[in-house]
Write a protein that binds this ligand. Structure first.
Ligand code: AHR
Length: 622
């Protein structure tokens, strides 16, 4: 009877098991989720971002109608010292069409017929008479898709804005901004956003990509990286305070993945997005050391300095404590007031904070990590702090990371691994033997190497094991989430996109199925099947809906008979919904076929799991 009661009670597992990992890699932020359509809007690109880039990258000087003048990049009296460069346009003769600038966007500017686009720009008039400026969305051949105008008339920096309505759909338009009278003006922060951003937020995110992410129903979102967090030199570390406040005052910086971070998508926008999609925010801050504690010695300008000097640690620790106040403090607190000023007086309910990313377990790292951890624990015991155990699934740093975690009784540690699909099948029991009394696990980055259906199946098998071990694995996130086709710094990814398209990979559909059907109680010993390395099963209950959810994964080539004994869990005969994912062999863009059906459920379910499929049986509460 005891065994029966135990069986019926199940074991509590993490309600936050399935989340997402967002890193600004492969144009995931600028040119990606961040909806800004103008590339290099503030003329801050430099050769350090990428070889050959400069202040005028993505821009062209246009003098089509026989006008003439000059364009220069200058830096005297900028809008803000954090945003030092701007363009000076001098118009000697505007010609018939005016002279000025053209921006080519990120692989062109994608627009949709009938949709509105919010244009804005900062100008400073350098000549005596005001200069009228025309702004057009055009095809590269000159066809006009939408137009607005303004007059540069202020001697100090002034923001002008207007709305353009697209008269055509085009995936590769350009923005042309030309002055129509002689004069001279300084220009900066040229911006164009679709009016339709995700949840209509200003300075917002791409609606379609935001929705594809929201559809995953992630329980948490880790941001802003990855390696991006620690950077490849102390000056390249991601400092959250540089990413809040008016966008024209944010300090752009080099992206470790060889491009540029405008930081227009900054901490406020991350928190806001998390709230909009119902995900708990999980920021990762650097542990005051840069990539592999190297100080970026492999690149030009790398100082080799291993970590922030110890005398700078008190200030750095305050920076982290301020982040907690920014997220959770009352609107009357110093940093809570900045959140309120950005339009969000209510707190963002930060629960998790990760410190470090795959850091080498050196004395420099450990010393700094311990200082940060002690300060956070002391001032904010309510925050769950997540440490790092370096690149996994094994190896020197991994072992050393765990030894450090054990010694310091860390609450949760972050494991990362990218392996072949076979590895995931062969290692599906990895967490069964983890010591329940030690640190818990955040599987912060994982992926089987590839986007085939077999990769997705291997991950699905593994995810059933994550559920089985949801008492020790508290959080998990596939990585990376987003990549712009043609700009991938890393493969595979969960979602690929261009300016107009979104491709959900087979791996996405598996994440979607698991995350939308997660539970918080796990029932062992419910399902029997011919268990082999290609199969994975789980039975969980979602306490919110009361539904019982069975997942049956078969990555093998032959069908497998499964039986679920629900005695004590299902009170009466009922109808369950069955969803089966299989490979879509006819339409590669759809990747996966999802078929739904009904199943009559009694105390015992018998189900034949088709080869290469994931079956989900959702039994409503009764
Ligand atoms: O996910 C891509 C990269 O893989 C991350 O930036 C890093 O943490 C890991 O090595």
């Amino acid at each position: 009877a005891d065994a029966q009661t135990k069986r019926k009670a199940g074991k509590p597992i993490s309600a936050d098991l399935f989340g997402i990992f967002f890193e600004d890699i492969s144009y995931a932020a600028d040119g990606g989720l961040y909806a800004e359509l103008i590339q290099n809007r503030s003329f801050e690109y430099t050769p350090a971002d990428r070889w050959g880039w400069h202040s005028f990258t993505a821009w062209e000087y246009v003098t089509k109608g026989f006008g003439y003048g000059a364009v220069n990049v200058e830096s005297k009296s900028p809008i803000h010292p954090n945003n030092p460069h701007y363009v000076v346009l001098t118009i000697e003769e505007p010609g018939q069409e005016g002279i000025g600038l053209q921006n080519n966007g990120f692989d062109g500017i994608a627009i949709k017929k009938g949709e509105q686009y919010n244009f804005s720009v900062f100008t400073r008039l350098l000549s005596a008479t005001p200069v009228p400026v025309s702004v057009q969305l055009r095809s590269r051949k000159g066809e006009v898709y939408g137009e607005v105008s303004f007059t540069a008339d202020a001697k100090e920096w002034k923001k002008s804005s207007g709305v353009l309505t697209a008269q055509q759909t085009a995936d590769s338009a350009v923005l042309v901004m030309v002055a129509k009278a002689p004069g001279s003006l300084a220009i900066d922060m040229v911006s164009l956003f679709p009016a339709n951003t995700f949840h209509g937020r200003p300075n917002g995110l791409r609606a379609d990509l935001g929705q594809a992410i929201a559809d995953l129903k992630p329980r948490f979102m880790r941001f802003p990286g990855g390696c991006l967090v620690h950077g490849d030199g102390l000056e390249n570390m991601y400092r959250w305070k540089n990413t809040i406040g008016p966008v024209e005052e944010r300090k752009a910086q080099r992206n470790i993945w060889s491009y540029h971070q405008s930081l227009g998508l900054g901490y406020f926008e991350y928190f806001q997005f998390c709230e909009d999609i119902g995900a708990k925010p999980l920021p990762v801050v650097p542990a005051a050391v840069s990539c592999q504690n190297s100080g970026g010695t492999w690149r030009i300008g790398g100082t080799g300095q291993k970590g922030l000097p110890l005398e700078e640690m008190p200030a750095y620790i305050n920076e982290i404590l301020d982040l907690i106040e920014y997220a959770n403090g009352p609107a009357t607190s110093t940093w809570g007031a900045k959140r309120a000023a950005a339009g969000h007086p209510a707190p963002f309910h930060l629960e998790y904070l990760a410190v470090g990313n795959e850091d080498k377990q050196t004395p420099a790292f450990r010393e700094r990590f311990k200082l940060i951890e002690a300060a956070v624990k002391q001032k904010h015991p309510e925050i769950t702090l997540i440490g790092t155990v370096g690149p996994a699934p094994a190896g020197e740093d991994f072992e050393a990371g765990w030894a450090f975690a054990d010694k310091n009784a860390l609450q949760i540690v972050d494991e990362h691994y990218y392996e072949k699909p076979e590895w995931f099948l062969e290692n599906k029991n990895r967490y069964d033997s983890y010591n329940r009394n030690k640190s818990k696990v955040y599987l912060g980055e994982y992926a089987s190497r590839g986007n085939t259906w077999f990769n997705a199946l291997a991950e699905a098998v593994y995810m059933t094991a994550l559920e089985r071990n949801g008492d020790v694995v508290r959080l998990s996130s596939y990585a990376p989430l987003l990549a712009r086709t043609g700009h991938t710094s890393w493969n595979p990814n969960l979602i690929y996109f261009t300016g107009t398209t979104i491709t959900r990979t087979p791996n996405y559909y598996v994440q979607h199925l698991f995350s939308n059907n997660a539970g918080d109680t796990y029932y062992p010993d419910i399902i029997t099947l011919n268990n082999n390395k290609n199969t994975g099963v789980s039975c969980v209950k979602d306490s919110k809906s009361g539904d019982l959810i069975i997942k049956l994964v078969n990555a093998g080539e032959t069908s497998v008979a499964a039986k679920a004994n629900l005695a004590g869990l299902v009170a009466r005969h009922t109808n369950a919904a069955v969803t089966v994912l299989t490979e879509n062999v006819t339409d590669k863009n759809a990747a996966v076929t999802s078929a739904t059906d009904k199943l009559e459920v009694d105390k015992v379910i018998s189900y034949e799991v088709a080869p290469r499929s994931v079956a989900l049986i959702r039994i409503p509460a009764n």
